[in-house]
Design a protein around this ligand. Structure first.
Ligand SMILES: Nc1ncnc2c1ncn2[C@@H]1O[C@H](COP(=O)(O)OP(=O)(O)OP(=O)(O)O)[C@@H](O)[C@H]1O
Ligand SMILES: [Mg+2]
Length: 203
């Protein structure tokens, strides 16, 4: 809901369909969700590289980077997390409108927030939810940023999986268990799923 009055929507002349037709592939949002350390950033960036090599237009929106800039004013309370995801959803939608496959790597712990982003999209098929599944103990063992250690020491309040909830997706388009399959195998499966669904031309 916009707080501003006297704000009018201006239709773009170049339509999303025109951009997609020129690029030879549809745009979409690939939404990675999962615990800290489950592998969202690793997989999103590796997928980005593989898509880049195939001439596909894609771009990673990553949790930490967005919190440095656009969402630098937000903390980690439930309300702030919801607002974080709302803004990311809007940005991801703009990327899709610009003809790009947006790859988003945010814990996005609340099901309702993710579902709201799904509903925000122009087309049902625009939102591809990827559940990056790894047991909490595996994520904690990896602890790539040392955050679990700090959370266990009580230095980070409201840490997802420890002192804040994570709500698993009920029907994600893709589920990857990163404790079973390595990075290459996971990205192969992502590419395969995107080819099967027509987002990426087969080679
Ligand atoms: N199959 C796999 N897929 C992804 N990462 C893996 C896999 N196997 C092991 N890893 C390792 O797990 C760690 C995942 O860290 P990464 O930063 O990608 O997690 P994240 O989900 O983005 O966490 P955060 O929410 O804190 O940003 C990396 O050190 C990565 O090398
Ligand atoms: Mg990350």
């Amino acid at each position: 809901m916009s707080k501003s009055s006297n704000v009018y929507w201006h239709e773009n002349h170049v339509l999303r369909a025109d951009r997609e037709a020129r690029q030879g592939h549809p745009s979409a949002v690939v939404w990675f969700t999962g615990l800290s350390g489950s592998g969202k950033s690793t997989l999103a960036n590796e997928l980005d590289w593989r898509l880049f090599e195939r001439g596909i237009s894609s771009y990673v929106l990553d949790g930490d980077n967005i919190r440095h800039g656009l969402n630098g004013d937000l903390g980690f309370s439930p309300e702030a997390r919801t607002e974080n995801i709302r803004r990311i959803g809007e940005v991801a939608k703009l990327f899709a409108d610009a003809g790009t496959i947006a790859l988003t790597a945010f814990i996005s712990p609340y099901r309702e927030d993710r579902d709201r982003v799904r509903k925000l999209m122009d087309r049902d098929t625009d939102f591809i939810e990827v559940f990056v599944e790894a047991p909490l103990d595996v994520c904690e063992e990896r602890d790539p940023k040392g955050l679990y250690k700090k959370a266990r020491a009580g230095e980070i309040p409201e840490f997802t999986g420890i002192s804040a909830p994570y709500e698993e997706p009920l029907s994600p388009e893709i589920t990857l268990d990163t404790s079973i399959e390595d990075v290459t195998a996971c990205v192969d499966r992502l590419i395969e799923a995107l080819v099967d669904r027509g987002y990426v031309p087969s080679e």
